[in-house]
Design a protein around this ligand. Structure first.
Ligand SMILES: [Zn+2]
Length: 69
């Protein structure tokens, strides 16, 4: 009996941990990735493209025309 209770508790804890992991995984996936420059959230697929054209991105990776004086 005692073993069964321990097993049930362990099983319940495992289920909560797994459920919580999935829940937070889904939440973060919905939220997307945070841009390190403007701190806005974008879908993971769009993050690479956004980083390149982010207005707050100091390291300009996009080739721009060079205007000579
Ligand atoms: Zn950004």
């Amino acid at each position: 009996m005692n073993k069964n209770v321990k097993g049930a508790i362990a099983g319940a804890v495992a289920l909560i941990l797994i459920g919580g992991g999935i829940f937070f995984g889904v939440q973060s996936a919905k939220k997307g990735a945070q841009c390190p420059f403007c701190k806005k959230y974008f879908p993971h697929g769009d993050m690479m493209g956004h980083k390149l054209k982010c207005p707050k991105n100091d390291t300009d990776l996009t080739p721009k025309p060079v205007y000579k004086r």
